[in-house]
Write a protein that binds this ligand. Structure first.
Ligand code: PXL
Length: 285
């Protein structure tokens, strides 16, 4: 069975980060190990205030020392929301420690959405996140995170050529592959566009745009893409699956949106995700 390690916080209520990654990646048939970076009472996105935040940075060294003794191997290491500059530095060392030739490293540079940075982040954190992106095989920023990483103003009206230009410059930070999530080349379409630098090749997956902004869809997308690549899907297949599953989760939320403003209702969609992965799970040695 393929094994993935994901490193991100637990928001106890709010369905994002680990409470999305664990069920989604497990449903895909990939064993999922976790390092929780912090425990929060809720996520920090708009709608919540007064949340608690317990930093777990000091626990990481002990966990990894134990794992080293066990000789654990991860096919994929996927990082999400990280709580501090110090934590980013520790995670860079962890990646260096556990990475082997066949490990795929995915960094979702979670920092903001809708043109705004999430609470608690600053310029030092952006600089640290750039250095984490440099050690990744693949980074998955949304348009807001793309602007922060490239040090330019956020725009939500990038056309196809402008998205391609951003993707080329994102890979110049050091990763082989960059994927812009929530990319919308025109008002009718939304999805994701990938650039594979060493092949100078773009891969796209766009579908019908659903208006509005939905919290946690970045985490859902990154989890499915990371799981798909771990299972050995090609990039087009993993991208298509991540785009279509994310859209399905949004569609499942629309009828209950008022009560479900804090995330998407992904649970009813897990069965079809598992079905879509079954042939790949069967193929693993
Ligand atoms: O969904 C990304 C995310 C993850 N973790 C925490 C967050 C957010 C976005 O708001 O606040 C704690």
């Amino acid at each position: 069975m393929k094994r993935l390690l994901t490193i991100q916080d637990i928001s106890c209520f709010g369905k994002c980060s680990l409470t999305v990654a664990l069920p989604v990646i497990s449903a895909m048939g990939v064993e999922t190990a976790v390092i929780p970076t912090a425990v929060l009472s809720t996520h920090t996105g708009s709608g919540f205030s007064g949340y608690t935040f317990r930093d777990l940075t000091d626990d990481i060294a002990g966990i990894t020392a134990h794992w080293k003794k066990l000789g654990l191997h991860f096919d994929t290491i996927y990082t999400g929301y990280l709580g501090s500059v110090e934590q980013v530095d520790i995670i860079k060392r962890l990646i260096d420690d556990f990475r082997t030739e066949d490990t795929f490293v995915v960094v979702d540079p979670v920092m903001g959405d809708g043109g705004r940075m999430y609470a608690g982040f600053d310029n030092r954190f952006i600089t640290a996140m750039r250095s984490l992106c440099a050690v990744a095989d693949c980074i998955l920023p949304n348009a807001t995170e793309t602007a922060l990483l490239l040090g330019e103003n956020y725009r939500n009206d990038l056309d196809l050529e402008e998205i391609q230009d951003r993707l080329r410059r994102l890979t110049a930070l050091g990763s082989r592959m960059a994927i812009m999530t929530g990319a919308s080349p025109d008002k009718q379409h939304n999805g994701a566009m990938a650039y594979i630098a060493d092949e100078d090749r773009f891969v796209t997956s766009f579908g019908r745009n659903i208006s509005g902004s939905y919290h946690s869809t970045g985490d859902i997308f990154s989890s499915v893409f990371s799981g798909g690549m771990t299972l050995g899907m090609d990039i087009q297949k993993a991208l298509d699956l991540a785009v279509s599953f994310t859209r399905q989760c949004i569609e499942s939320t629309l009828p209950v949106r008022e009560d479900h403003w804090y995330s998407v209702r992904f649970e009813p969609c897990l069965g079809t995700l598992a079905d879509a992965c079954r042939e790949y799970v069967g193929e693993q040695s």
